[in-house]
Structure formats: structure tokens, C-alpha cells
Design a binder for this molecule. Structure first.
Ligand SMILES: Cc1cc2nc3c(=O)[nH]c(=O)nc-3n(C[C@H](O)[C@H](O)[C@H](O)COP(=O)(O)O)c2cc1C
Length: 178
């Protein structure tokens, strides 16, 4: 497999993993994932996104309690926050969606890095932002947006999300014009 094929295969084979084992995540891998996030594209190269990483079992336990969408028991997590102080000094109203896109590019870049490192990952947006703020002692300018759960994939089936119809790139694409 050449490197282009390897990258494409990494993209295609990544799945959200919700059945994680209790095997700890190596700090070195977590740092590689954070570094990958740093290289995600960002609007205006302004970096409205901040990361908070944790491997602390008590922190993970508390976050899980306030996160209905967290079906897995992660061994590590990275919270992606929007830094509103930075954005207000840069963006006009027309740029309101930039931070959301920045969160998305960082999220997917990190999940692909995790997958390449042999880790399972899963994003969670269904959580109490206010409770996460208290648990993680976030300053007021940081708005928590998505938690990336991390760990090693367990054997057997995982809790599925709701069934969906088959999606192909063709079903998502129109050529030239609608
Ligand atoms: C913005 C966003 C929010 C999501 N929030 C959750 C969540 O709260 N809990 C969860 O288990 N999965 C969440 N997911 C994962 C999706 O359910 C998952 O990506 C989708 O079912 C497709 O599965 P796949 O990524 O394995 O192909 C989220 C994904 C995205 C992009």
C-alpha cells in the first residue's frame, strides 16, 4: 500500500468506537493526537480552538456523569473548546461559523490520528457544558464544544447509534449544478 492509499484507508476504516477496554492510553499517543490537532486547518489561521486533555479516572468519571451522549467508558479524553476571547478580537459577524468549522477540523484530524495510532475514538456533543466547565475549571472565555473519548477497542459488538440508510459519496454529491 502506498502512502496515499494508506491515508485513504485510514479515513475509510475509522469508526466511532463505543466499546472501549480498560487498557490505559499511553501519554505519548495522547501527545501525538494533540499535535495532530495543532495541524488541523483553522479559519484565518487564528486558532480559536483550545484543547483540554485528561487521563484522570475521577475527571473522566465525573464527565461521564454529565454526558448523556457518552456511551463509552474512555481511558482518556480531549475536550475541544472555542476560545471566544480570541474570536471577538478577530471575527466579524459573517465569520460566526468559523469556530464551529475549526472545532470540526480539529476533531476529525485528532480522530484520524487516534485511529492511525491504533486507538478507538468517539466524539460526544451531548454533555452539560456548564458542568464540564466546573469539573475542568474552565475560564469564562472557553466554551466546551466536543469531548473526544479515547481508548482501546474492545471485542464484540458495540452499542449502535440508530440505523441509517446507506450513504455513498454519490448520494451526497451533485456534479457542476443541482
Ligand atoms: C458533531 C458530532 C456530534 C456527535 N455527537 C455524538 C454523541 O454525543 N455521542 C455519540 O455516541 N456519538 C456522537 N457522534 C458520532 C456520530 O454518531 C457518528 O460519527 C455517526 O454515527 C457515524 O458513525 P462513524 O463515524 O462510525 O461512521 C457525533 C458526531 C459528530 C460529527
Amino acid at each position: 500500500m502506498n502512502s496515499a492509499e494508506a491515508v485513504l484507508e485510514n479515513i475509510k476504516s475509522r469508526r466511532v468506537i463505543r466499546n472501549l477496554t480498560d487498557q490505559p492510553v499511553e501519554r505519548e499517543k495522547l501527545e501525538k493526537i494533540l499535535e495532530a490537532g495543532r495541524w488541523a486547518p483553522a479559519g484565518g489561521n487564528q486558532r480559536f480552538v483550545r484543547f483540554v486533555a485528561s487521563q484522570d479516572p475521577e475527571t473522566l468519571r465525573l464527565l461521564r456523569i454529565v454526558s448523556p451522549g457518552m456511551l463509552q467508558y474512555p481511558q482518556a479524553m480531549i475536550l475541544l473548546c472555542h476560545d471566544a476571547a480570541m474570536q471577538s478580537s478577530f471575527a466579524s459577524k459573517a465569520d460566526d461559523c468559523v469556530h464551529a468549522i475549526d472545532i470540526g477540523t480539529a476533531m476529525q484530524t485528532m480522530m484520524l490520528a487516534a485511529h492511525a495510532l491504533g486507538l478507538g475514538s468517539g466524539p460526544v456533543t451531548s454533555f452539560s457544558q456548564e458542568a464540564a466547565r466546573v469539573i475542568l475549571n474552565l475560564p469564562q472565555n472557553l466554551h466546551p464544544k466536543v469531548i473526544i473519548c479515547l481508548g482501546y477497542k474492545g471485542v464484540g459488538s458495540q452499542q449502535p447509534m440508530r440505523a441509517r440508510k446507506k450513504v455513498t459519496w454519490q448520494s451526497l454529491t451533485d456534479w457542476e449544478r443541482f
